[in-house]
Design a binder for this molecule. Structure first.
Ligand code: ADP
Ligand code: GLC
Length: 537
């Protein structure tokens, strides 16, 4: 039987996306496949996702050992292929759970679906059934759960006595899947796990805590974030448990899809360009200015924002910082693309109405628009209060757009500050600021605008960003090395570059300025935990 890895996730680009999770699930699976690994992605059967997949066929009914509302649709598995990469995708098809208006997690008014606990517990039960060999799919050699939506899987697998190794990747600790204790029984969760040492969390149940507690390895998506989440400030109430499990916690920084996000080949741009010849970027800037009704002028600096308009992304701070910058930098233009908090959306629209010649705002998100935004802007403003990785500034750098970021998480790892010298600091590719204040963000924009006026140095910043290697090659090797260390069958995956993979470092424990804490076995679970692997040998 072929060794293979099962990904479990709520999103996978290009089928279903609300943010970077989708990019990483789709991009990593593709990168692993390209290196000879056999990967299957299990996602919910959102109708639009099923319609966009290739060669979809039914694998038959699946039994989910949990209570579903009376009259719910029968659940079945569908198998198809990702339309771009050909990676095998399996859908948990259950229309009463996944066929509804709104986005993946919220209704049309922006409110969480009231049955999200059922929707994602069902996904974990489906993954467990696959791991247990109860479906026509090959039994995976390793199960990799992404974020809270998938994080019950290691617990349910352990409860079933399955020895298959599990990995839980934290893409964002702020989202944990916390639900009333009363749903635990109907969800089919083992009573022994409903303690503070299990998945209980302030009297409720916490899906992500299950992943952190019971997975054999926990990873997150940047080195700095891996250290930050061990502290109360960034730990969202789970820092204590993460410290407890620090010996199996590590970071594998994300990659980006360098084919999709490449100004040299991007068909969504009016004109392509590369680091040697940036002429096409002027055409992209003109197109972006035109689209937002701003005066078309190559010399006026254009600062863009493209992200969820939320507290995490400091959209509230950006609103005031941009208002301040409008007053102090009278030639600068601003374009904002995104959606999120309705009050912030309205406030950005009002700002554009007050400054129609200087501010363009598009509420919503279309992948095509994000490409033009990254290509046409001079700078990308991306403040975050916390940022596990932050793909957006990396996409911007690929297009010669200089990022202005806050020094947190992955942003601190990917963006190197230009400094205040007479020339950019060595290997500088952007502007970094500290803190969460309007003044700090505005001062960072002022610094950016200062460097923008010094053309030769600006080119150097742009080129350094464009030439930095952010591809999946390195991260994919690290994942393969980790999988191989957990599952002997996966150590023999016929990877394209076997020597390099063998030499790749295994996942690095987070550097927390302290010795890693030994992880004791998780609490016993019935019915058959005797053989369940607690932590890897
Ligand atoms: P996060 O996942 O926290 O939103 P990232 O920067 O890592 O942050 O990834 C964001 C991804 O989502 C990028 O692919 C970006 O183009 C896309 N994106 C940005 N804003 C939106 C939005 N409003 N809706 C959907 N996707 C968005
Ligand atoms: C999350 C994080 C983001 C990260 C993405 C992919 O959405 O907020 O920082 O890049 O996941 O890992």
């Amino acid at each position: 039987m072929n060794a293979n890895t099962l990904f479990v996730a709520a999103e996978a680009q290009p089928l279903a996306k609300t943010g970077g999770l989708a990019d990483v699930v789709g991009g990593l699976a593709r990168a692993l496949l390209q290196r000879g690994a056999d990967v299957t992605i299990l996602i919910p059967g959102y109708p639009r996702a099923i319609a966009a997949a290739r060669d979809v066929r039914s694998l038959g009914a699946i039994h989910l050992p949990m209570a579903l509302p009376p009259g719910h649709s029968p659940a079945r598995l569908l198998q198809g292929q990702m339309p771009d990469s050909g990676v095998r995708v399996v859908f948990l098809d259950c229309p009463s759970l996944y066929d509804r208006p709104g986005s993946l997690y919220v209704d049309a008014t922006g409110r969480d679906f009231c049955d999200n606990a059922q929707r994602f517990a069902a996904l974990a039960h489906a993954a467990t059934a696959i791991a247990a060999g109860e479906t026509p799919l090959p039994v995976p050699s390793l199960v990799h759960a992404h974020d809270w939506h998938a994080a019950l899987t290691p617990l349910l697998m352990r409860t079933r006595g399955l020895r298959t190794p599990t990995v839980c990747t934290i893409h964002n600790l702020a989202f944990q899947g916390v639900f009333p204790m009363a749903v635990a029984g109907p969800l089919g969760l083992p009573p022994e796990s409903l303690t503070p040492d299990g998945i209980e969390f302030w009297g409720k149940i916490n899906f992500l805590k299950a992943g952190i507690r019971y997975a054999d390895r926990i990873t997150t998506v940047s080195h700095t974030y891996a250290r930050e989440i061990l502290t109360p400030h960034f730990g969202h109430g789970l820092d204590g448990l993460l410290v407890h499990r620090a010996a199996v916690l590590g970071a594998i920084p994300n990659g980006v899809d360098t084919d999709t996000w490449s100004p040299r080949t991007d068909r969504l741009l009016p004109q392509c360009y590369d680091a040697r010849n940036l002429a096409g970027k002027r055409a992209c800037k003109a197109a972006l200015q035109q689209r937002h009704g701003l005066p078309v002028d190559a010399d006026r600096p254009l600062i863009a924002m493209g992200s969820r308009l939320t507290h995490q992304k400091m959209a509230d701070v950006a609103l005031d910082a941009i208002a301040l910058a409008l007053a102090t930098h009278t030639d600068a233009q601003f374009v904002i693309l995104g959606c999120g908090d309705p009050r912030l959306e309205a406030a950005f629209c009002a700002l554009a109405q007050r400054h129609p010649q200087r501010v363009g705002v598009a509420i919503g998100y279309r992948e095509e628009d994000a490409h033009l935004l990254h290509a046409g802007a001079d700078m990308l403003l991306h403040g975050s209060r916390f940022e596990p990785f932050g793909l957006t500034p990396v996409y911007a750098m690929r297009y010669g757009t200089v990022p202005i970021v806050s020094r947190v998480g992955g942003l601190a790892d990917t963006v190197r500050d230009v400094g205040d010298g007479t020339a950019p600091a060595a290997r500088a590719n952007g502007i970094v600021f500290d803190g969460e204040s309007v003044e700090a963000m505005c001062a960072a924009m002022t610094r950016g605008l200062g460097w923008y006026g010094r053309q030769r140095h600006w080119r150097s910043l742009q080129r350094t960003g464009m030439q930095t290697d952010f591809g999946w090659e390195g991260p994919a090797r690290q994942y393969l090395a980790m999988y191989g260390s957990l599952a002997p069958a996966l150590a023999h995956v016929p990877v394209v570059d076997v020597e390099a993979v063998a030499a790749a470092p295994t996942v690095q424990p987070a550097r927390g300025g302290r010795r890693p804490v030994a992880v004791p076995d998780a609490p016993a679970l019935s019915p058959s935990d005797a053989g369940a692997a607690a932590t890897p040998a």
